[in-house]
Write a protein that binds this ligand. Structure first.
Ligand SMILES: [Zn+2]
Length: 361
């Protein structure tokens, strides 16, 4: 159908008004509300369009139901060899505060890097790979109606002898798979799947991260609820070689969190502060050599559980941002300041040698 120019302009205005009404335009995007998957996808595209120099999107896998799994890559282009930080949200469908946090985090770093020299420095040295919703099928299902609101797992069908759906994606990674804290009953919330990496969502993360395993310094996976920062490992008999450092970094993050709204976050390995488990992405990341790997369990401690009221989104994200900022600052400074110190020492040595050899010293 052809439109007159005034009709065309009218249609554009109408479409614009509709997208504003849906909350799709970033300047009007309401970060204190939970958003549907189409809204989050539109927000990702818009964020890329508005920040073409620092943001790109990458589709790195498909879900069981053939939806795209998309991440935002955020970083300032640089000639130096960059490192990276991974963050995924929404691996468990019902934990809606988790995707809300990934969106808030993206908004916040894009807002602050132009004025905050520390954030700018980190974006120059690090690329951030951020997946706002990993379990896309499950997330869409949790929005379907009130009876599906508390869906946790993927949406793949169970084995032939089982009528239940879904695998717990955070029990499906290749990390002590099936050893502890899982169920072989496909109707269970912690069913770990027919085999490690049976789920396309876990495969997608595994392939993407493995290709960049020497680049990624820090792996953060965001869940709710419980107000915890979990360090590897979920198996009670295995301890990370840098456990003490991970605890120190986690405790500093919890302190930063408490400084915002006074909330207490507990730090520890899963068997010590929650329950033993296996096949988690956090454990897998540490096992393949990513030095800093943490699970965040955001608010609350059970009063509202997975159905955290929208008026708590903003404060939860503010404090979690402080916690993540604390971790990535530590990781960044340890890697880049140490390298800078070595470079400076080398230059000084060379300069001293040159000056002494030319009798100027
Ligand atoms: Zn979870």
């Amino acid at each position: 159908m052809l439109l007159s120019s005034s009709g065309f302009l009218g249609l554009l205005t109408l479409l614009g008004a509709a997208s504003v009404a849906l909350g799709l335009e970033p300047q009007n995007y309401d970060f204190s509300k939970y958003h549907t998957m189409p809204e989050i996808s539109a927000w990702m595209e818009q964020t890329k369009k508005e920040n073409p120099d620092v943001v790109s999107t990458m589709i790195y896998g498909k879900t069981y139901e053939k939806s795209n799994i998309t991440l935002l890559k955020i970083g300032i282009k640089s000639d130096v060899k960059k490192k990276a930080v991974w963050m995924d949200c929404g691996i468990h469908a019902r934990e809606w505060i988790s995707p809300a946090f990934c969106q808030y985090f993206v908004k916040e770093i894009l807002l602050t890097y132009k004025t905050d020299t520390k954030v700018e420095e980190m974006l120059k040295n690090l690329d951030f790979y951020i997946t706002p919703v990993l379990n896309v099928d499950g997330y869409i299902y949790s929005w379907k109606n009130s009876s599906t609101r508390l869906w946790r797992k993927s949406r793949s069908p169970g084995p032939a002898n089982c009528t239940c759906y879904g695998t717990d994606l955070n029990r499906n990674f290749y990390a002590n798979w099936g050893m502890v804290g899982v169920s072989r009953n496909c109707c269970s919330e912690v069913y770990n799947g027919p085999r490690a990496l049976s789920e396309s969502e876990a495969q997608a993360v595994t392939e993407f991260v493995l290709q960049r395993s020497t680049e990624i310094l820090c792996f953060l996976t965001i869940h709710s609820y419980g107000q915890l920062i979990l360090v590897p490992y979920g198996h009670p008999n295995v301890t990370a070689p840098n456990y003490d450092e991970l605890m120190d970094v986690g405790l500093a993050a919890a302190k930063a969190i408490k400084g915002i709204h006074g909330m207490d976050y507990t730090v520890g390995s899963s068997p010590n502060v929650l329950y033993p488990n296996s096949g988690s992405s956090r454990d897998w990341a540490r096992l393949i050599g990513i030095p800093y790997s943490f699970t965040f369990e955001l608010r609350d401690k059970g009063q509202h559980g997975f159905e955290l009221p929208e008026d708590q989104i903003q404060p939860t994200c503010e404090e979690a941002y402080a916690g993540v900022h604390s971790i990535i600052t530590y990781v960044h400074d340890k890697n880049f300041n140490a390298a800078a110190t070595i470079r400076a020492t080398l230059w000084m040595t060379l300069l001293t040698w040159w000056l002494s050899s030319t009798s100027l010293l």
